[in-house]
Design a protein around this ligand. Structure first.
Ligand SMILES: [Zn+2]
Length: 275
């Protein structure tokens, strides 16, 4: 007889804290399942038994805790960033509702078809240009949203907010290169209103780094402007423009004003606004 282990040497001491030799101590009542009788060990020790609803709850908990792979976790984080990557205060989450199905194709049949085709196989640079209110932002967002729904990360920004976010970082002595790196390396970058920021040598340089960096990596870019490709030099500089023209798919979007339902008065481009 093992004296140290007591009368029931097969049940280790640490386990006895969870057990009882009195079955009534380990019998309990579940509101749903009724009386739950204990689990009985060989040497007259009893353990509390789970009822069916406790077991189901435990299985649910375990399913939710299925460990994700690192790649899945990174992708999920990237997917969540599309409209929020510039940081708090620069989000454009209202664009999540602008899908292809929320766009009336009859308004811009050619642009609709081209952007949708690009959404399935983004290659080169897609360039939507035309006057205000023809649906450029909506189609760019629809492109981003279709990629996201397919599990493909992308980043969206209006050029004005991108430059504002960069300048805010410079003002606060923070490094803006991380933003630039994200913009250059994301699988698909969407830049709305690229001719809207005020023109400066610094912004032209940033534009060039962006476009050149993506072109060298063979990564697609989708942009919109009011000005035509011929007029873009003024806004992003000649170097960025010539880099951009290498693989561009230009899509003119003029005609009816999409926002107000009124004719936009032809295809003339408007001067860049200062914001
Ligand atoms: Zn139960």
């Amino acid at each position: 007889m093992n004296q140290a282990g007591g009368a029931f040497p097969h049940v280790p001491n640490w386990a006895r804290r969870f057990l009882s030799q009195n079955p009534a101590d380990k019998t309990w009542i579940c509101d749903t399942c009724g009386e739950i009788t204990p689990f009985q060990f060989a040497q007259g020790w009893y353990a509390r038994r789970r009822c069916a609803c406790e077991q189901q709850a435990e299985e649910r908990r375990q399913r939710q805790q299925v460990p994700r792979t690192l790649a899945e976790a990174i992708r999920e984080a990237q997917m969540a960033q599309t409209y929020t990557w510039l940081g708090a205060g620069w989000t454009a989450s209202e664009l999540e509702a602008k899908t292809f199905s929320a766009f009336e194709p009859a308004r811009q049949p050619e642009a609709f078809a081209e952007v949708r085709a690009f959404a399935f196989h983004p290659q080169g640079d897609l360039w939507l240009y035309g006057s205000y209110g023809v649906g450029k932002t909506h189609l760019l967002a629809a492109l981003a949203n279709l990629r996201r729904s397919a599990g493909r990360p992308c980043l969206f920004a209006s050029a004005v907010t991108l430059f504002d976010a960069i300048q805010e970082r410079i003002r606060n002595d923070q490094d803006y290169h991380l933003l630039l790196k994200q913009a250059i390396q994301t699988p698909l970058l969407l830049l709305d209103d690229i001719d809207k920021p005020k023109v400066s040598a610094f912004r032209q340089e940033i534009s060039y780094q962006l476009i050149d960096g993506r072109t060298r990596r063979g990564l697609p870019l989708a942009i919109s402007s009011n000005c035509s490709p011929a007029e873009l030099d003024h806004y992003v500089g000649g170097a960025a423009r010539s880099r951009l023209m290498m693989g561009v798919i230009p899509i003119p979007m003029n005609g009816r004003d999409y926002r107000f339902g009124a004719p936009s008065g032809g295809g003339g481009s408007l001067p860049a606004e200062t914001v």
